[in-house]
Design a protein around this ligand. Structure first.
Ligand code: 5GP
Length: 191
């Protein structure tokens, strides 16, 4: 009998470096970690790939899946004006196959997912401060000034929610953050 995997929920404000950290985590960590691919109604950014970064859906497609109860959780992420959601089926299939499924979702979605998977491991990637986050977002240069200010507003709310996570990891360097997350997950392997 295969031992079911664990659900890992990772949140952190946009621009904190989650994508880079997670990419490294998947290649470096010895556990059978698998990313959950979210669905979104937002536009694809340069460098993103359909079915790898996200499933890009029209508003109609997204709402139809929502009505069919295909999402484990979905939210209109505050300040973005777009829907994001985790599909139920790939998560339960992956867990049943013994995989550790990693959800990279916002704090509201995390609270909803926890209602279904109360034993999930929750990790918050913290920028250290709002000023540090602003520096990173400006450096990335993908946002207009108003989009950037919206993201910072969302980030302020998200940082307040960090305290409800089991683990808070401050992203001072990618190497350190990947090591910290990897170590804490490996320590939970036999629990
Ligand atoms: P971005 O547009 O920068 O890729 O993501 C914006 C926000 O949406 C991030 O905070 C990210 O964690 C969140 N997000 C991505 N996928 C999901 C999802 O499936 N569900 C929820 N609730 N949030 C998500």
């Amino acid at each position: 009998m295969i031992q079911p995997g664990k659900l890992v929920i990772i949140s952190g404000p946009s621009g904190v470096g989650k994508t880079t950290v997670l990419k490294r985590l998947f290649s470096q960590c010895k556990l059978p970690l698998r990313p959950s691919i979210s669905a979104t109604t937002r536009q694809k950014r340069p460098g993103e790939v359909e079915g790898v970064s996200y499933y890009y859906l029209s508003d109609e497609e997204f709402q139809s899946k929502r009505e069919n109860d295909e999402f484990l959780e979905c939210v209109e992420v505050f300040g973005h004006g777009h829907w994001y959601g985790t599909l139920r089926e790939p998560v339960s299939t992956g867990l049943n196959e013994g995989k550790w499924i990693v959800l990279e979702i916002d704090v509201e979605g995390a609270a909803r997912a926890l209602k279904h998977y109360a034993d999930a491991i929750t990790i918050f990637i913290h920028p250290g401060s709002i000023e540090e986050l602003e520096k990173r977002l400006r450096g990335r240069g993908t946002e207009t000034e108003s989009a950037l200010n919206r993201r910072l507003d969302v980030a302020r709310r998200e940082l307040k929610a960090a305290e409800s996570y089991q683990h808070i990891v401050t992203n001072k360097s990618v190497d350190q953050t990947v090591n910290d997350i990897c170590q804490l997950l490996e320590a939970l392997e036999n629990q």
